[in-house]
Design a protein around this ligand. Structure first.
Ligand code: ADP
Ligand code: G6P
Length: 347
C-alpha cells in the first residue's frame, strides 16, 4: 500500500462484526488519543453516532447504509451486505476529510432505523472510521494510515450478546440470540471476516484455556497480533524481542485469584504476513498491580513510566478493563498516538 504522507488528517480503520466491541474500543481510543481532561462527547445531532474529542473524531460507517431498516427488511438483506453500503460516498468523504475539507455526512439513526438529516464533520487530527466495512472497499482501504480488526470468536460473541440482550436490553431468549447470530453468519463470513487479512493489528478474543470446558467466557484469552514492517508502527514485545516467552506473573508482585494469568509472546505468520503476537489469558484482580506487567513489555510508546497502567485505571469501569481486551486496546491507542506523531513530524 502506498500511504500518502502530505495529507492533513490521519485516518484509522476499526472493523468488527456488530456487538463485538467497536463502540467500547473507540471510546477508549478517543480518550487515550484525546489528550485533554475532557471525556469524548457525542455529535450534536440527536441521532448522531459520532464521538468527538480534542484531537479525534470517531465516525460510524453505518451512516453510509444506502437502505434504512425498513428497506433492508423489504429486500430481506442484512446490514452486512456491501451492496447496500454507499462506498462511493464513503470514499469521497473520508478522502475529503483526509485532505482537510469538511463534509456533510449522512446519519443513520440506530433507534429509529431511519436516515436522519446529515451532520457536519470538520477535519480532526485523527479520524477513526469504525464499522462493518472499513477495509472492504479498496479505495477506502488505501486511505487508512492504520487498521485494526476486532476478532471475537463465536463463543465469546454469543456470551457478550447474551449479556447484552438478556441482561441490559432484556426480553430476548437464548434461542432467539443464537438464531440471530446464525442468520448473519453467511454474510459475516463473506464480507466482514475477510477484512482481517488487511489489518495492521488484530485483537483476537477467545475462550480461556485456564478453565477446562469453560463456556461462560467471563474469563478470556486475548491475542494482540501485530504486523511486522508497518510504517510508523513497531510491535510491542514481552521481555526480549524475538524470543518465545511463556510467563505466569502471579505470585508476590501480582495478586491472581483462580484461574490466574498467563502471558505468551512470539512470532507467527498471519495471512502470509510476519507478525508478533502477545497473548494474555486470565484477568487482573488489582489494576494498579498491572505496573508489574507493564515493566516487562517493551516498545509501548508510553510517554512516562506507568502510562499504560494509568490509562487502565482511568477507564476501570469500561468493559474488559480487567483483562487482555482492555490492556491491548490501551496499548494500540498509545501506538496510534505515536504513529500520528511520527506522521506529523515528517511533514
Ligand atoms: P459494537 O459497537 O461493535 O456493536 P459494543 O461496543 O456496543 O459493540 O459492545 C457490544 C456489547 O459487548 C456491549 O454489551 C458491551 O458491553 C460488550 N463488550 C464490548 N467490549 C467488551 C469487552 N472487552 N469485554 C466484555 N464485554 C464487552
Ligand atoms: C448491525 C448494523 C446496524 C443495524 C443492525 C441490525 O448492527 O451495524 O446498522 O441496525 O445490524 O440490522 P437490522 O437490519 O435488523 O436493522
Amino acid at each position: 500500500t502506498i500511504r500518502v504522507s502530505c495529507s492533513k488528517t490521519v485516518v484509522i480503520g476499526v472493523a468488527a462484526d456488530s456487538g463485538c466491541g467497536k463502540t467500547t474500543f473507540t471510546r477508549r481510543l478517543a480518550s487515550v488519543l484525546g489528550g485533554g481532561a475532557e471525556p469524548p462527547r457525542a455529535g450534536r445531532n440527536p441521532g448522531s453516532n459520532t464521538l468527538v474529542s480534542d484531537t479525534t473524531t470517531v465516525i460510524c460507517l453505518d451512516d453510509y447504509h444506502s437502505l434504512d431498516r425498513v428497506g433492508r427488511k423489504a429486500k430481506g438483506v442484512t446490514a452486512l451486505d456491501p451492496r447496500f453500503v454507499d462506498f462511493d460516498l464513503m470514499y469521497e468523504q473520508v478522502r475529503a476529510i483526509k485532505e482537510g475539507r469538511a463534509v456533510e455526512k449522512p446519519v443513520y439513526n440506530h433507534v429509529t432505523g431511519l436516515l436522519d438529516p446529515p451532520e457536519l464533520i470538520t477535519p480532526p487530527n485523527i479520524l477513526v472510521i469504525k464499522g462493518l466495512h472499513p477495509m472492504f472497499d479498496e479505495r477506502v482501504r488505501d486511505l487508512l494510515d492504520f487498521s485494526i480488526y476486532l476478532d471475537i470468536s463465536n463463543e465469546v460473541k454469543l456470551a457478550w450478546k447474551i449479556q447484552r440482550d438478556m441482561g441490559e436490553r432484556g426480553g430476548h431468549s437464548l434461542e432467539s440470540i443464537k438464531a440471530s447470530i446464525e442468520a448473519r453468519k453467511p454474510d459475516f463470513e463473506a464480507y466482514i471476516e475477510p477484512q482481517k487479512q488487511y489489518a495492521d493489528a488484530v485483537i483476537e478474543v477467545l475462550p480461556t484455556q485456564l478453565i477446562p470446558g469453560d463456556d461462560e467466557c467471563k474469563v478470556v484469552r486475548v491475542k494482540l497480533i501485530m504486523k511486522e514492517g508497518v510504517e510508523h508502527f513497531a510491535p510491542v514485545h514481552l521481555f526480549d524481542e524475538g524470543s518465545t516467552v511463556y510467563w505466569i506473573p502471579c505470585g508476590r508482585k501480582l495478586s491472581c485469584s483462580y484461574p490466574g494469568i498467563r502471558f505468551a509472546y512470539g512470532f507467527d505468520t498471519y495471512f502470509g504476513h510476519e507478525v508478533s503476537v502477545v497473548e494474555m489469558d486470565g484477568q487482573f484482580d488489582k489494576l494498579d498491580e498491572l505496573i508489574y506487567v507493564e515493566t516487562h513489555l517493551s516498545n509501548l510508546s508510553t510517554k512516562f513510566y506507568g502510562e499504560v497502567t494509568q490509562q487502565m485505571l482511568r477507564h476501570a469501569d469500561v468493559p474488559g478493563s480487567n483483562n487482555g481486551t482492555g490492556l491491548f486496546q490501551t496499548i494500540v491507542g498509545l501506538k496510534i498516538r505515536d504513529l500520528y506523531e511520527q506522521i506529523v513530524a515528517r511533514r
